[in-house]
Design a protein. Sequence first.
Length: 245
Amino acid sequence: AGANGAGGCRAGADSPLGLMLLTCRAGSLAHGAALDGKGLSPNEALAEVDAEGQAALSQAVCRQQGDVAAALLDLRADVHAKDNQGRTALMLAAEAGDRTCVSLLIDAGARADACDAVGRRAAGLAPTPELRSLLEEQAARQAAGRQMSLACPLPPLAPPPKACARKLRLDGLPARHPRDYMEELLRLMLEDYQGVPTPEGVDVAVDPITLRPCGYAFIAFGTEEDARSAERTLLAESSMRVSLA
């Protein structure tokens, strides 16, 4: 690893990490400001890579700078990005034996079951049995979760709701009877009016706490024409207060 960190990471002033560090003080990045000399925003600098394909997050991890890595993750650095050898930041943290950076990356959603260009996972790069075991368990959990999602796909989206039928509101109804009784009574009553088309639904409004009727109801019809026909008939032939809802 040497002074440059695990895997030969380099972080000079012109490297992706060097660019990010231009706005970094004590591990805290300045959001939104252009970076000195490059005219890049932090988001643009996050996507910059060096000759080895490593972005700022991977370089911070190589240098075992957990505070900088945490700040980069706060800026939504890509935890899944790979360098030219297919290594993710988690693999580099594992290779460096840096438990702090490993935990940061796992918490940020890094995949422990990802493989590099030669098929190695982060666990295979870890120098200690403890860290290797942690990464193997995480990889197993992620693999199991992926298999479960494939075995139990999300149910298909429900068909779009039917266009809302036009409704009438009936006011001045008695509130002393149960809801079911009132709804059946209204259905029977509407059948007696020849100018009222068969409704699609009758809904007596009730108090959400007591469930007692509130004295009004909604009558749903399939078309606006049916609703208006029912309105005209009920206004002319009944004593109820009727209005289009």
